[in-house]
Design a protein around this ligand. Structure first.
Ligand SMILES: [Zn+2]
Length: 236
């Protein structure tokens, strides 16, 4: 696996230190790297000077050939990656051969683009646990509705944090501006099953182009929850 060591500027104490990142995580093979993303030891360096934990803005391709999926995290805000993934005209440094490119297009691979490390980790977590990320986005949208009603504050971001046994644990970051409040919400995994049974047949194949950016904006735009009460079937 290729690695890049580069200086990271600590936003807490202002000092600089070297940190190693990996532009590509390729499964099978890079299981250790995947684990490091999941347990937040990759892309979350601790500053050796002030010991604060930093969240990096990484650029990385996660490619899983057994599950046939590609997840790209990029700090670029333009939509070039989405376009490239749709047309197959991709020129990322880590895509080595024409065969790679062909494999990504034509709906053979499920493709996702995300813009921060939390979303990247979440997508990999979902993939590992065989959850449909679109169904999870619908659940998050519904949960946000409840949280906003209860706390009278907007949900800034919401993520699936952990799945263990028969529970899904979400973290919602609430508030209009910093300092944000972190709220942890648990839902039984049967709720996922209920959502899946209700909505999956209204969605196309997960590898279609329209799902490349599957996030909260997508969930809202899908309109699937618009006739539902916020939080329907989600017990808290
Ligand atoms: Zn520091």
């Amino acid at each position: 696996m290729d690695s890049i060591t580069k200086p990271v500027l600590c936003g807490f104490c202002g000092k600089e230190f070297d940190y190693t990142v990996y532009p590509m995580i390729h499964i099978p093979g890079d299981h250790k790297l995947k684990k490091k993303v999941l347990n937040k030891t990759l892309f979350f360096p601790t500053c050796p000077f002030c010991k604060e934990e930093i969240k990096l803005k990484p650029n990385c391709i996660y490619r899983n050939d057994s599950q046939k999926e590609v997840i790209i995290v990029t700090d670029s805000q333009d939509t070039d990656f989405e376009t490239l993934l749709m047309t197959g005209d991709i020129a990322f440094n880590d895509v080595h051969s024409d065969e790679d490119v062909l494999a990504f297009i034509g709906g053979l691979y499920k493709r996702r683009v995300v813009r921060d490390v939390d979303s990247f980790r979440e997508k990999i977590l979902l993939s590992d646990n065989n959850y449909d990320d679109r169904i999870i986005e619908l659940m998050k949208l519904s949960l946000s509705g409840i949280l906003e009603k209860e706390n009278c504050e907007p949900v800034y971001r919401i993520f699936l944090e952990e799945t263990s046994g028969n529970q899904l644990e979400f973290t919602a970051i609430m508030g209009k501006r910093a300092p944000f409040e972190y709220v942890s919400v648990k839902a039984p995994s049967i709720v996922y099953t209920q959502y899946r049974d209700k909505y999956q047949n209204r969605l196309g194949k997960p590898e279609e182009d329209e799902y490349i950016t599957t996030d909260q904006k997508w969930a809202a735009k899908s309109g699937l929850l618009k006739d539902e009460d916020a939080g329907f079937v989600i017990p808290l």
